[in-house]
Structures are given as structure tokens and as C-alpha cells.
Ligand binder design. Structure first.
Ligand SMILES: C[S@@+](CC[C@H](N)C(=O)[O-])C[C@H]1O[C@@H](n2cnc3c(N)ncnc32)[C@H](O)[C@@H]1O
Length: 357
């Protein structure tokens, strides 16, 4: 997920929302996973999904996994939602439900959505929550939707959207049940790229008989790669790194549920940290790293993420990354000091990076 997605102030959707809310007292405004809107007076409250969104935020930020703070929000005068379509409709529904629930009497729920990205179903959902919706603006394919919290608010509809959870069971992860939620990568099923990577590394580990002591799961999401490694290598400690606050919390719970919570530590961080937060995985001592990097990351982001492996890898250590287009990732791993070979698996490239021994 590019952190700027849905958060760019010059995006026509944000401009429409900003125009509608320009001049309102931001003290009574909840920004539900959209960026800081231009032209506001005062300080809004803004929910953030990724730790990188807190950097430079003008609003007072609340993390999406802070259910206590979210439940006690309000009463707000306005709540604004800019759906991040790539995270799925259930996340947009949860955002609308959080916004509607936080409103006081006559408070207004705003949603700016591309017509082609499900404007109709989001409008229907606003009706289900608040009993009314109007289209009050249009620009560059966007619809600006507006509902008012009059006498109707369906708490049951809101709760169902906010508390929705998924479970993932996959034969590539025998005996593991992953808990998942709206707002995270591949929330309903194991990603095909993740499965391809797991199968490839499983076969490699049988052939080579490796027994790594220290493993990194970079861009861990719900934790499937790190959990697999902790189960496959019973002596290994795993450091899982993830910037999405909901995913990081789920990864921690999933590791505990899979019986490897003591050996798998999740760190909520933008890329690999400069120092180790976990005694079992130290800089310069990592034998194995597994990476399913963010698909839409900008080149420099991807290079920085993979470059971060350099100080962590042990001499002779291996990293495996699954990608659709190998160019930038290969360069990133080479720049991190490794020799890289590519293996085609289905529609994916599995990059195997080896650091000199
Ligand atoms: C393609 S998903 C892979 C998730 C998981 N490893 C899997 O296989 O299902 C990439 C993950 O990287 C995370 N991510 C993106 N940029 C990041 C960054 N700068 N630091 C840490 N995690 C990041 C995203 O939030 C997302 O969960």
C-alpha cells in the first residue's frame, strides 16, 4: 500500500471533500482514514492505519487498532471517509460505520468515492446506517455523498461492519488458522504469491537441510511467512516487521494462536529498525529473510525496504522475495550486498539473494 494512497491532498476526491468541509471547526471533525484535508480551522481527529501516516500529520492521530479510543470518540459534528478501494469494500463499510457511530445529533457523514469504485453500494450502506444519503458533488469521476445523523442510526449494522473478521486456513500453512480483518493485505485468503514463496522455500529447506537460528519476515502482514518459518524451524527466532497497525496486531495474535508467540516478535515499524527489539534476532546474525513486498510501492520505497536487509544479514545468509516484476527488487537486493538468482514459479518471480560467506 503506498502510504500516500487516499491521502494526497491534490487528489480530486480529497479536493471535493476539502471544499465541502473548508471552514468547519476541525475540533468536531473525524477524518476516517483519509489524509489531512486542506482548508480546515483547528485540529481534526484522524484515524491512521499505518505508522507512516503519523509522520507530519496536522490532525490528532488515533491508531486504527486502538478500539478503546475509537469507541469513545465523539460526539463529532462531521466525519469524512475517503475509501481506499484497494483495501476492499468491507474496509470502506467499517470506515463509514465508525464515522456514523461517532456523530452527534445532526452530525454529517461525508464520503467521496469514485463512481467506478462502488459509489452506489457505499451510498446504499450509508442509507442502511443513517436512513438517508444525497449526492452533493461530482468531479473527475468522483461522487461526494452526504448523510445526516437524524433520528435513525442502526447500531447493529455499524457493529457488524466494525467487528467483521475473517479466518484463513491454507494447506501451505498446515495446522495454522490466521485471523484477519478489513484493512489488511489479502484479508480473505492466503495470497498466491505468499503460497508460491512458501512452497519454494519449503523445498529449498529440505534440499539444503538448513536450520536457521534467526529469521526476518519483512512486510509481514498477518504473519504467514514468519509463522511458517517459526513452525518449520523449531529452534529459530523470528522478527516480523510491519507498518500497518491492524496487520501487526493480528500477526502478534496469529503467532500466539499458532503456538510460536514466544519465538516470533512483531515490530510495528516503517521498514527494518536500526536496532533489534528482540534478543533472538540480532543485526548481522540473520540466516534467512522472507519478503512479500508491497506490490504498489514506489521504486525508492522498495529499494529502501530491501536495502534495509544489509546490516541484518549474516555472512552466507539467504533472503527470498516473491515479486511479479523482478527488476527493482533485484536491484534492491544487489544494492544490499547480495548475489541474486531468479526462479519463475507460476506467474511469480522468486528472487533468492545470498550474502557472501
Ligand atoms: C504484499 S503484503 C505481504 C504481507 C504478508 N507478508 C503476506 O505474505 O501475506 C506487503 C505488506 O507490507 C506492508 N508494508 C508496506 N510498506 C511497509 C514498510 N515501509 N514497512 C513495513 N511494512 C510495510 C504492508 O502493510 C503489507 O502488509
Amino acid at each position: 500500500m503506498p502510504v500516500t494512497e487516499g491521502l494526497r491532498e491534490d487528489d480530486p476526491g480529497c479536493v471535493l471533500l476539502g471544499r465541502a468541509l473548508a471552514g468547519v471547526d476541525a475540533e468536531g471533525l473525524l477524518l476516517v482514514h483519509c489524509g489531512d484535508l486542506p482548508g480546515l480551522r483547528g485540529r481534526a481527529v484522524r484515524l491512521i492505519l499505518d505508522v507512516r501516516e503519523a509522520v507530519g500529520a496536522r490532525a490528532r492521530t488515533i491508531r486504527a487498532d486502538d478500539a478503546g479510543a475509537i469507541a469513545t470518540l465523539g460526539p463529532m459534528r462531521h466525519a469524512a471517509v475517503w475509501p481506499r478501494a484497494h483495501l476492499g469494500k468491507d474496509f470502506s463499510f467499517a470506515c463509514l460505520a465508525i464515522g456514523a457511530r461517532a456523530l452527534g445529533p445532526d452530525g454529517v457523514l461525508w464520503c467521496c468515492v469514485r463512481k467506478s469504485k462502488g459509489a452506489e453500494s457505499l451510498a446504499d450502506f450509508m442509507v442502511a446506517l443513517l436512513g438517508n444519503v444525497d449526492t452533493v458533488g461530482r468531479d473527475s469521476g468522483y461522487r461526494l455523498l452526504r448523510s445526516v445523523r437524524e433520528s435513525v442510526f442502526d447500531e447493529a449494522v455499524a457493529r457488524e461492519a466494525i467487528e467483521l473478521r475473517h479466518t484463513i486456513v491454507d494447506e501451505a500453512l498446515p495446522g495454522v488458522i490466521l485471523q484477519s480483518a478489513p484493512g489488511v493485505f489479502s484479508r480473505r485468503a492466503l495470497d498466491d504469491g505468499t503460497r508460491a514463496l512458501l512452497e519454494h522455500v519449503a523445498a529449498w529447506s529440505v534440499t539444503t537441510q538448513v536450520q536457521p537460528n534467526a529469521v526476518i519476515d519483512l512486510c509481514a502482514g498477518l504473519g504467514p511467512l514468519g509463522i511458517w518459518a517459526a513452525r518449520r524451524f523449531p529452534e529459530a527466532c523470528v522478527l516480523a516487521v510491519e507498518s500497518n497497525v491492524v496487520a501487526a496486531r493480528l500477526a502478534t495474535d496469529n503467532a500466539a494462536g499458532a503456538g510460536v508467540g514466544a519465538r516470533l516478535h512483531v515490530v510495528l515499524h516503517d521498514g527494518l529498525p536500526a536496532t533489534s527489539p528482540f534478543a533472538g534476532v540480532q543485526l548481522g546474525g540473520v540466516d534467512l529473510a522472507l519478503v512479500n513486498p508491497p506490490t504498489h510501492a514506489a521504486q525508492d520505497e522498495l529499494l529502501a525496504l530491501l536495502g534495509g536487509l544489509r546490516p541484518w544479514m549474516a555472512p552466507g545468509g539467504s533472503a527470498f522475495a516473491v515479486v511479479s516484476r523482478p527488476g527493482v527488487s533485484t536491484r534492491g537486493l544487489e544494492a544490499a550486498g547480495a548475489s541474486v538468482s531468479e526462479h519463475r514459479v507460476g506467474g511469480y518471480s522468486i528472487l533468492h539473494a545470498v550474502w557472501p560467506g
